[in-house]
Structures are given as C-alpha cells and as structure tokens.
Design a protein around this ligand. Structure first.
Ligand SMILES: *Cc1c(COP(=O)(O)O)cnc(C)c1O
Length: 428
C-alpha cells in the first residue's frame, strides 16, 4: 500500500503542487492531502485504506452519495453505447427538458463542461444582449476562473477592479466592479454612478465559496430592482446551489419570498452532472437565441453535452426529483448543524452554523457572517485545528474555512451521530 505522503511527493514532481485544483492541496490547513482510492455511499477511502465520512461530495455534485446504483447503471450503459460523438443526442434534449421543468426562469439552456465555462459564457451572453461592457460581482463569490472574474475591488466605487491572479491583464478586469456582499447602500451607489454601463450583476444567491452566506432578502430585492431599472441582466450563479439547496435551486427560495422574482440568466454545474464534467447556462428564449448558430454571441465545446456526462446528470436529477427527497436531505443536514452547534456550545467554543437543503456552513465565530470580510475574521486557527482533529477521527470536512459543506442522501442518521460524537471529542 502506498502512503498519502509518498503519493503526495510523487504527485508534486509531475503536477504543480501535486493537485489539479488548488484547494485540494490542503495549503490553508496544512498537512498532507488524502489521496482517494475509492468512494462508496457517504464514505471516501484513501490510499492507506482509511475511511472518512465525506462532507465535500466532490465539492457539491455527489448529492446521492458515491456510486448510487441507478446512476452507475446509467453511466455504464451510456459508456457502452459510445462516449463522445460530437453530434447531437436525444439525451441532451432529455436533460435540458428535465432542468427546464424544474427552473421556470429558464426557457432554453446550453450544456457545457464546467462551471467556469458556463459562468464565462453567461457573462459574454449578458454583454452581447445588452451591448454593454461593465459587470458587477461581489467579493467572496466565486464564479470560476475566467479572466474577468479573477478580480478584487478597486480603491473606491468609481474605480473598477484589479486582477487577483498573475497572467490576467489589468485591461480585462477594468470593467469588473467588485462590491461587498449584502451591502445595499454600496449597490445603490454603484448603479447611481455606472447604471447605464452595467451589462450584468453576477451573484451566488447563497454564497458557498465564502463558506455559507445567504444573500439577505433586502439585498436580493434591491439587486433585482436596480438591474431592471437600469436594463442590466441578473445572473444567478447556481453552480453550487442549483438542485442542492432545493429542487428549484436558490432562485425558488427567493421567488417564494419576493413576489415576481426571477433571475435573467442562470448558471448550473456540479449536481447537474452528478460527478461528471457537465454544466449549463440558460435564460429566456429571446436571450438564448443570441447564441451561435442563431445569433452573434459565439460559444462552443467539443465535449459539450457529452453522452456519458448527460446520462450521469439525468439519472441524478431523476433521483433527486422523487417526492420527499429534499425534505429528508434538509432534515439530515439540519440535524448535523444542530449537533455541531451543541457540541461547540458544550465545549464553550464560539460557533455559528446554517444550512439549506443539503448544503451547510459553520464558523468559529458567534455570529453568522454576512460578507467576505466577516468570514475571514472568524477564527482561522481554530478552524484548522478542528479540521485536522476531525480528519483524524474519520470525518472529512472541506480543508479551508471559506468552503461550504455538503450532506448526501447516503449519509445515514448513524453517520451524522458519529460526526457529532467526533466533534464533541475534537472540540474539547
Ligand atoms: C464550483 C463553482 C464554479 C466553477 O465550477 P467549475 O466546474 O469548478 O469550473 C462556479 N461558480 C460557483 C458558484 C461554484 O461553486
């Protein structure tokens, strides 16, 4: 058996940092990443044969747990029929129909291979539809790594952003305005200054890339109002929240509380691929018809709508659309959050936590943060210690305090109880 340490050393020789996506490297928490050999249900097994209760779920997609029999069968069958054609298939229509049936704001969609690609394409579509260049994003929201989105706030509201990554030209982000999440006054000010230039506002409705921060109702209402007044499009990045916090995504939750609410463009990923590379963006027909081959906005992909990925996504959506699925998932997730909260209280540790559907977040701080600055002001050191203490006890939470957690349908009440017991011991 090869150890995680040996694999990490070997990986670092041929892959930068030893990983194909940076957060996997454990840089935030320190230590050696676990190399996963296989997964089953709610569990991951590493190269050393250690078992972990998995609260990452491949960063969201594995809502049914690993290796769900119906999904596995669909994938195997699809693969046997051929795994890429570069030509349209009936299954792409079926998946599009399944998504459209659950998301009333979307009349047409296009399938792509990653959330990054979907968000990048949505921005291009919004710019093409409005003939405008400027975009608004919020600090702490992640929409993939397209150049225009790797940006931090400029020095004031009148100034646009600066790149957060080397290799991104300042020119490319000079049209991106970065605002504080949940800050209504700042949003108003930005629209007052730049309203006529803004093509779109892109937002994670429940931000899962700064752990778990909900957009407040007043904030969401105001984003919608300002976009409508100024002719900007509202892009909901539901790559994480879509089919995860509710069957209709986070937009169904806001629509239930804000009369007439809907986003203009929606971006999906993660759950809709069920663990395969698949994502999508969609909108009203009039907007989507601006895309090539019908319209002037170019977008394409060799593996888009891949037959194995669509089989995996479709089988996953069929399972989660069954009656009672989300009620049960939400209840189990709430039980986890309540148990962790109790364990922290007993240990006298400042703690706050929240969840929606099968997505949750917790913070070592007494109050739930409302924006990125507040998230990063929570106790990082305690988070890192607790992360390792839980990992040693066979519980795998995300290895960074700005990441959300996920419960799957495969997590049993016993798994939740075992997690809470581990937290009691770890937080002591
Ligand atoms: C994961 C994520 C993305 C990027 O998706 P990839 O498939 O990793 O490119 C974009 N937006 C949000 C909200 C995400 O959580």
């Amino acid at each position: 058996m090869t150890s995680n340490n040996e694999l990490f050393a070997r990986a670092q020789r041929v892959i930068p940092g030893g990983v194909n996506s940076p957060v996997r490297a454990f840089r935030a928490v320190g230590g050696t990443p676990r190399f996963i050999a296989r997964a089953e249900g709610a569990y991951l097994y590493d190269a050393e044969g250690q078992r972990y209760i998995d609260y990452i779920g491949s960063w969201g997609p594995m809502i049914l747990g690993h290796g769900h029999p119906a999904v596995l069968e669909a994938v195997q069958k699809a693969a046997a029929d051929g795994y890429s054609f570069g030509a349209p298939t009936e299954r792409e229509i079926e998946l599009a129909e399944a998504i459209l049936a659950l998301v009333p704001s979307v009349e047409q969609l296009r399938l792509v291979s990653s959330g990054t690609e979907a968000a990048m394409s949505a921005l291009r579509l919004a710019r093409g539809a409005t003939g405008r260049t400027a975009i608004i994003k919020f600090e702490g929201c992640y929409h993939g790594h397209a150049d225009a989105l790797l940006v931090k706030a400029g020095s004031g509201l009148a100034t646009f952003g600066h790149p957060t990554s080397a290799g991104v030209p300042a020119d490319v982000v000079q049209h991106t305005l970065v605002l504080e999440y949940n800050n209504v006054a700042q949003l108003d000010e930005a629209f007052a200054l730049h309203g006529g230039e803004i093509a779109c506002v892109i937002v994670e409705p429940i931000a899962g890339n700064m752990n778990f921060v909900r957009a407040s109702l007043p904030f969401m209402r105001r984003i919608r109002e300002r976009c409508s007044e100024h002719g900007a499009l509202l892009i909901f990045d539901e790559v994480m929240t879509g089919f995860r916090v509710a069957l209709g995504g986070a937009q169904s939750l806001y629509a239930a509380q804000i009369p007439g609410f809907s986003p203009d463009i929606s971006v999906f990923g993660k759950v809709i691929g069920g663990g395969m590379p698949l994502a999508a963006f969609g909108a009203k027909r009039s907007v989507m018809e601006l895309l090539a081959p019908l319209g002037p906005v170019y977008q394409a992909g060799t593996l888009s709508g891949n037959p194995v990925a669509t089989a995996c996504g479709l089988a996953t959506l069929r399972e989660i659309a069954k009656p009672g699925f989300f009620d049960a998932l939400a209840e189990r997730t709430r039980a986890l959050v309540a148990g962790l909260t109790d364990a922290a209280r007993e240990a006298g540790v400042p703690f706050s936590a929240d969840s929606e559907g099968g997505m949750f977040g917790f913070f070592f701080g007494a109050e739930l943060p409302q924006n990125y600055g507040q998230v990063m002001a929570t106790d990082q050191e305690r988070f890192n210690r607790s992360f390792h203490a839980m990992l040693e006890r066979g519980v795998y939470f995300a290895p960074a305090l700005y990441e959300a957690g996920f419960v799957s349908a495969a997590h049993s009440a016993a798994d939740i109880d075992a997690t809470i017991a581990a937290a009691r011991a770890a937080l002591r």
